[in-house]
Design a protein around this ligand. Structure first.
Ligand SMILES: Nc1ncnc2c1ncn2[C@@H]1O[C@H](COP(=O)(O)OP(=O)(O)O)[C@@H](O)[C@H]1O
Ligand SMILES: [Mg+2]
Length: 342
């Protein structure tokens, strides 16, 4: 038996933590005041909740072995907040959000990955099952530090999941300023990071609007098929509607699922270039390993560092960070080879 003290009402509870000993971190609810909080048995024998222990404050970033020092760390007051969005599903949003975050973190940047999708795939792709996440942050049940978990060196995760459906209803019911709910919740914490990458759900709802009110840049993966072009046109229209209230633009278009053996994807890629010019990034090729790595809980850089998927996402990391010197070590450099072959 141990005694757990509620940090909200100071009520002491007797608890048998041996029953949950297999799980080192878990969320409990105080029977007296209904406050939810995190227990971390690793850090204090499970007697006292220590929020700070759940999400250690980001430390100085260390470039991975063989990587170059990133240009911008430490000094930045505001992070770059990049959302990965398109209303259409299955275009590679989550794969891109996770791979981009992992690549930036490997290069030494401090990254917060936020999953705003009810499917909660980002945690799965990183092989993590955090006991709390964005829902508890937005409802105010837990503090930011209790909801953010270190998934890899330099990479912190604020996970999504099914419970976000309830949050959407809460946001919908707000009379004023509902679009700023996410921004307000993240205001006190995002300055600890160089990048905040936000994965979004397909469709268009209050949470998507909240993400676009929070983000400063938009990255849109477009799978190279005709339907995706329609999806992109629709998304651009919605983005334009938000522009009346918030300065936001489509900054990067990332062609995905490129199959160089077939003519149609190449035509669509050229069409994207003619419509969007410099915003179009080096494409991500179709690579089966990208769909296999999540079931191993590994990022593509861990699963197959010298494969096509890792090379293409490393190129994206260089484009986004505007640092041509990073992630050249373990991955092939495909910046030059992919495009001219089209
Ligand atoms: N370039 C790619 N090549 C092959 N499979 C991919 C590629 N990108 C993503 N996938 C796979 O396609 C599926 C949909 O990707 P996902 O990132 O979940 O899309 P979204 O988040 O837009 O719904 C997943 O199974 C993923 O592993
Ligand atoms: Mg997704």
């Amino acid at each position: 038996m141990t005694i757990i003290v509620c940090p909200n009402c100071s009520r002491k509870h007797h608890a048998d933590t041996s029953k949950v000993a297999a799980k080192k971190r878990f969320v409990v609810r105080c029977k007296a005041c209904e406050h939810k909080f995190l227990i971390n048995l690793d850090n204090n024998d499970g007697v006292q909740p220590t929020p700070a222990a759940a999400a250690p404050a980001p430390t100085s970033p260390q470039p991975a072995a063989g990587m170059s020092e990133p240009q911008a760390t430490g000094e930045r007051k505001t992070p770059r907040k990049i959302c990965v969005s398109l209303s259409k599903g299955g275009v590679g949003k989550t794969t891109t959000a996770v791979s981009l975050s992992a690549g930036l973190a490997m290069a030494g940047y401090k990254v917060l990955l936020i999953d705003t999708d009810t499917q909660g795939q980002s945690s799965f792709m990183l092989g993590k099952k955090p006991p709390a996440g964005l829902t508890e942050l937005l409802t105010g049940e837990l503090t930011p530090k209790e909801t953010i978990f270190e998934a890899r060196p330099n990479l912190w995760l604020l996970s999504g999941g099914r419970s976000l459906a309830g949050v959407k209803r809460i946001i919908d019911k707000k009379s004023f300023g509902s679009e700023w709910t996410l921004s307000e919740a993240l205001d006190s914490i995002d300055k600890d990071y160089d990048y905040v990458i936000i994965d979004t759900s397909p469709g268009w709802d209050q949470l998507t609007v909240n993400v676009l009110f929070y983000a400063t840049e938009v990255l849109t993966p477009v799978s190279l098929e005709v339907m995706s072009l329609h999806g992109l046109a629709e998304f651009t229209k919605n983005l334009h509607a938000i522009k009346k209230y918030k300065d936001i633009d489509l900054n990067y278009i990332l062609p995905t699922f490129l199959d160089t053996r077939v003519e149609q994807p190449k035509n669509i890629y050229r069409k994207l270039q003619s419509l969007y010019g410099d915003k179009v990034c080096t494409p991500i090729r179709y690579d089966e390993q990208l769909s296999r790595s999540p079931s191993h809980g590994e990022t593509i850089f861990e699963f197959l560092p010298d494969g096509d998927g890792a090379a293409d996402y490393a190129a994206l990391v260089r484009t986004i960070s505007r640092n041509k010197m990073i992630l050249l070590g373990d991955t092939k450099n495909h910046d030059e080879t992919v495009v001219p072959s089209l």
